[in-house]
Structure formats: C-alpha cells, structure tokens
Design a protein around this ligand. Structure first.
Ligand code: BEZ
Length: 258
C-alpha cells in the first residue's frame, strides 16, 4: 500500500472514542451486512480508532484499517495491538494484493473533495466480485444542525462557512458507484436520529467536535456567543427532554466490483 498525505479530517481521537462511541456502536449492523468470513481479506477505510476493525477481525478476517488521521491510527494501534493499521489517503491509496471486501463506516462523507477518486481507489483495491460495504451521511444529514450554524453565522455578520462533508442522495451515489465499475446490490436511505449523549452543551459541543474547522475564521471573542446562538436556534428541532439528538440521515450500501 502507498501512503499519501493524510487528509480525511481533523478529529480529536480521544473524544471521538469516548464521547462519540455511537459511531462504533451504530456500525454493528454494517458489520453484519459485510458478513466477513474467516480468512477473507478486508480493508477498513476510515477506520478511526479501530473498534469495527477489531469486530471484523474477531470474525476471522484478515483486516487492515486505514485512516487519514495520525491520532486515530495511534489510538487504534494502542487499543488493538494485534491488528494492522496505517495512515492512508482515501483519495489515493493502492494495495499490493487485492482485497475481498472494502468496508467503511461514517467516513466517506469526510472524503468530500473527490468522491470518484475514492470509489476508484476502492475499486482498484478489490478483486473482481469483491464487495464494497459502507455507510455514510446521506442527503439532508445534519440539516437542522447546519441550518442553525448558517443562521448564527449570518446573524453575526460572518460569511456562511463551507461545510467539509459530502452527503449525497441515494441516486447520486448509486450513479457514481455504477459509473465507477460497481454493481449496486443494496442501497438504503434512512433517518437515524442519534442521541448526543455526551454533549451536555448540545449543538455547540457537536460543532466544536465535528466541525471545528468552521470556527477557524471566527474572531475568538465571538466563538462562545456564536455557539450559544447555534444552540438556541437548534434547540427546537433537536433538544428533547432526555437530551440532544442529532438529525442524522444514513446512506448504506453494498456494491460488487464488476
Ligand atoms: C455523521 O456521522 O453523519 C457525521 C458526523 C460528524 C459530522 C458530520 C456528519
């Protein structure tokens, strides 16, 4: 495998794993869909701290986890010492030997710059008939969260920020897969309201955690009041008696390399 400049995102690996363990917890059905078999070679693209990589390995597959974030890979290696992990570029990776499957959970939407390049790398990494099984944010993902961000930014006289994610419709992504040399075998598109259990400060915490780059151009003195305003704006849609809920929408698919 060739390793290029990591560029997936800017995560805080520790917070991702402890406060946002739901990324891993919600991945279990996707591992079921992958149905890894003993001895199969599986590549986990955007593996984060490796929780699902380890689930796949427990089923007897030989799995390599790759992620663009050095800190994620450091944590993955520390938590799962027997497994293989490496830093890799989702837009530009190659493998020495083809894989039976490429798996990806909650990572493809971060590879927003060139989704076709990602699909092309996945295709090249698979043997003919190999499967690409993944879940990502779909069209409308985080709509209430991002609407609150846009409104708050405008109210503070700031330019609306560019969002770092790619949330395609099912039709758009299916077309990319088909054009990229895959046959789509299953495609699901569904709402998955997700409790932000460990975000006592709700949408504001979510922005800091997942959309920290949006704050880069915000004058430091404005950050706190701006995020308070995001919370006010997002609360009617996302705050429940039991806590905050993110308005996640998922695109889940299984495709086969032709
Ligand atoms: C998601 O999993 O849908 C997601 C997580 C963080 C930021 C944006 C989307």
């Amino acid at each position: 495998m060739r390793y290029e400049t990591p560029s997936l995102t800017r995560w805080n690996a520790r917070a991702y794993d402890s406060s946002f363990g739901y990324v891993s917890a919600h991945g279990a059905p996707l591992v079921e869909l992958l149905d890894p078999r003993p001895g199969e070679r599986v590549l986990d693209l955007g593996c984060g701290t490796g929780v699902l990589t380890a689930d796949i390995a427990r089923r007897g597959a030989h799995v390599l986890g790759i992620d663009g974030s050095h800190s994620m890979i450091e944590q993955a290696i520390a938590h799962h010492p027997g497994l293989d992990f490496t830093v890799g570029d989702g837009y530009d990776f190659t493998v020495a030997q083809p894989y039976d499957a490429v798996f990806s959970n909650a990572a493809l939407h971060w590879m927003s710059r060139d989704p076709d390049a990602v699909i092309g790398c996945v295709r090249e990494a698979l043997r003919p008939g190999g499967r690409f099984v993944a879940e990502m944010g779909g069209a409308g993902n985080c709509a209430a969260l991002t609407a609150a961000v846009f409104t708050a930014w405008r109210e503070y006289g700031l330019r609306e920020p560019e969002l770092p994610w790619y949330f395609p419709s099912p039709a758009e992504y299916a077309l990319r897969l088909e054009k990229g040399g895959f046959t789509v075998r299953l495609l699901e598109y569904f709402d998955r309201p997700t409790p932000l259990d460990e975000c006592p400060n709700g949408a504001a915490d979510w922005v800091r955690m997942f959309a920290g780059s949006l704050l880069d151009r915000v004058p430091p003195a404005a950050v706190e009041p701006l995020l308070r305003r995001v919370n006010e704006l997002a609360a009617p849609a996302l705050r429940r008696e039991t806590g905050w809920m993110a308005d996640y929408v998922r695109l889940r698919f299984a495709a086969e390399r032709r």
